[in-house]
Ligand binder design. Structure first.
Ligand SMILES: Cc1ncc(COP(=O)(O)O)c(C=O)c1O
Length: 389
């Protein structure tokens, strides 16, 4: 039986970053792309309907997020994550990465240090360095097949110029959904060191059955006062090409500092389509999300079985959250450049190469599971042909 997520839709010719630019980024054509984190699925029907209605209207003048947009986000966070937001905490921003960049500018000085926990979403380090701040790495530790945070190393890494720490929760690319005690230990160290926590929770809704996302700032009032949280409907509902995000800052002083930087780059106008789509998604997208999560879980299980049978040297890490599988290829014994070349050139599959995510990424590949099973199967068959013994 084919279900709603099984349908293969040709995305070529839509200016899709994932499907239309392989020549520009790899020099190769005809690749099957399972790299950048968007999905090969249409957005929920209610979102498409809201967009059609908005497009039918035909006028796309300057737009501001209506109050109903913020209310929809607040209702969603309370319903899905038990976090009661207050309206004045919320600031709209163009996207999560630009908002993180603005938070770095607003809440630290040139030359200050910002902690990240690699292997981690690579734009974090770029946002820090390109804004003239320096990266302090607190690498995750891999115990067996589970990643954890290195609290001892973190405490030792905090110096007089360390101002911020960026948390990826759930963690891209290792797929962890952080537990309460882990978040509490991290929070305690950050609070003691006087660090502001930038909590990127863009993947918060993409948590597989059996796991629960805990918003960092919901853990205590003290922590809320020193946390900036980044949210968006774009990852959950596959709206990245429309943009838009929400920044949650409970502390009035931090909020003023962030807002002043936000205003300095003149980002006061909203995207008319993004606003309509995100609001519809938060209001009506929950049943679709439940179906999506079941499909992603089944894709992950398919991947696990396939690797066990056909590519036993490759080991995929347990997936708790995100739709990004983190695959340990070290047993192949290939240097990174060779592994990458084999996957791209011999298999014709485009994955995200582990070393991009920083220390700890060597020998790993990140595979995007948010595609029809037929696409996943085809990619895995190609990989088996190129990497199998
Ligand atoms: C952890 C994380 N943060 C942010 C983003 C992108 O956010 P935006 O498109 O809103 O800039 C991604 C996209 O993959 C991500 O994985």
């Amino acid at each position: 039986m084919t279900g709603e997520f099984d349908q293969v839709i040709d995305r070529r010719g839509t200016a899709s970053l994932k499907w239309d630019y392989s020549r520009r980024y790899t020099g190769l054509e005809g690749l099957l792309p399972l790299w950048v984190a968007d999905m090969d699925f249409p957005a929920p029907p209610e979102v498409l309907q809201a967009l059609r209605r908005r497009v039918e209207h035909g006028i796309f003048g300057y737009t501001l997020e209506p109050e109903s947009y913020f209310q929809a986000a607040m209702d969603w966070m309370l319903r899905r994550h038990g976090w009661e937001l207050q309206r004045e905490w919320l600031l709209p921003a163009p996207g999560v990465v630009p908002a993180i960049s603005l938070a770095i500018l607003a809440l630290s000085e040139p030359g200050d240090e910002v902690v990240i926990q690699p292997p981690v979403y690579y734009p974090f380090a770029q946002c820090i360095r390109r804004n003239g701040r320096s990266v302090t790495e607190n690498p995750l530790i891999l115990e067996g097949r589970r990643y954890g945070m290195d609290f001892t190393h973190l405490e030792r890494s905090i110096g007089p110029r360390t101002r911020l720490a960026i948390l990826c929760s759930p963690h891209n690319p290792v797929g962890r959904v952080w537990e309460r005690d882990e978040l509490e230990r991290l929070a305690e160290i950050c609070l003691r060191g006087g660090l502001i926590l930038l909590s990127d929770e863009i993947h918060c809704d993409l948590v597989l059955p059996g796991f629960r996302h805990l918003p960092t700032a919901s853990l205590s009032a003290e922590l809320a006062a020193s946390t900036v949280t980044f949210l968006s409907a774009t990852k959950t509902f596959n709206l990245a090409g429309l943009g838009g995000s929400l920044v949650v800052i409970p502390d009035a002083g931090l909020r003023r500092r962030f807002q002043s930087t936000l205003e300095s780059v003149w980002t006061g106008v909203a995207n008319a389509l993004s606003t309509a789509a995100s609001e519809a998604a938060w209001r009506h997208g929950e049943p679709w999300l439940e179906r999506l999560l079941a499909y992603l879980q089944a894709n992950y299980e398919f991947l696990v079985r396939f690797l066990e049978e056909r590519l036993p040297e490759l080991r995929v890490m347990p997936l708790e959250g995100t739709y990004l599988a983190w695959i340990d290829c070290r047993a192949l014994g290939l240097p990174d450049a060779q592994l990458k070349a084999r996957i791209l050139e011999r298999a014709g599959v485009w994955l995200d190469d582990g070393p991009m995510f920083g220390p700890g990424g060597q020998g790993f590949q990140r595979l995007n599971l948010a595609c029809p099973r037929a696409t996943l199967r085809q990619a895995l068959e190609r990989l088996a042909g190129a990497l199998g013994s």
